[in-house]
Design a binder for this molecule. Structure first.
Ligand SMILES: *[C@@H]1O[C@H](CO)[C@@H](O)[C@H](O)[C@H]1NC(C)=O
Ligand SMILES: *[C@@H]1O[C@H](CO)[C@@H](O)[C@H](O)[C@H]1NC(C)=O
Length: 151
């Protein structure tokens, strides 16, 4: 009842709406974690449904869907932009983003976006962690992973 009274008040209703929009402009429940090292390159793949084969694909930093496209680091229209490269494999329904010459500043959240013309775009989230100097143990870890893959 108290809440209804507040919403009745115009000013507070606007504030609540802005706050609600702010709090819900987030993505996603599941996040793909990717780890790499300074100076290296890393790539991650974002999958999409086959109906979006010819749609625009893009990535941005952060986790706000509403501003993602306008702040895109790269889109499937440009393919290469500085250290960023985007390859769209329409057959498998995935686009791969490659970031080269990584620095620790590249660490953080990224969103993969697929543009839909008559609806809200589709997003998936990636968390990139770039560590400093590559240590002996991490080299060993990678070698172990590769060995496992070829078994
Ligand atoms: C990213 O692209 C560069 C340049 O094409 C390539 O040498 C590198 O192997 C790629 N990195 C990954 C992780 O695929
Ligand atoms: C990382 O970001 C900080 C703050 O924006 C900046 O001062 C620093 O030079 C950046 N480092 C690299 C390696 O880009």
């Amino acid at each position: 009842m108290k809440l209804l009274f507040f919403i009745y008040n115009h000013f507070l209703a606007v504030i609540l709406l802005v706050l609600f929009t702010f709090l819900t402009d987030r993505c996603c429940d599941t996040v793909t974690k990717v780890q790499s090292y300074e100076g290296f390159s890393e790539s991650f793949s974002c999958s999409y449904e086959s109906q979006y084969q010819n749609s625009l694909k893009y990535i941005c930093r952060g986790n706000r869907p509403s501003t993602c496209l306008q702040q895109a680091l790269i889109t499937s229209d440009t393919k290469q932009n500085g250290r960023f490269r985007l390859d769209d494999d329409k057959v498998s329904g995935t686009f791969t983003v490659n970031i080269s010459s990584l620095t620790q500043n590249d660490s953080g959240s990224y969103l993969c976006g697929v543009q839909r013309n008559s609806d809200v775009d589709v997003f998936s989230a990636v968390e990139l962690e770039v560590e400093g100097e590559r240590s002996y143990s991490s080299v060993r870890e990678t070698t172990a992973t590769i060995a496992q893959r070829w078994r």
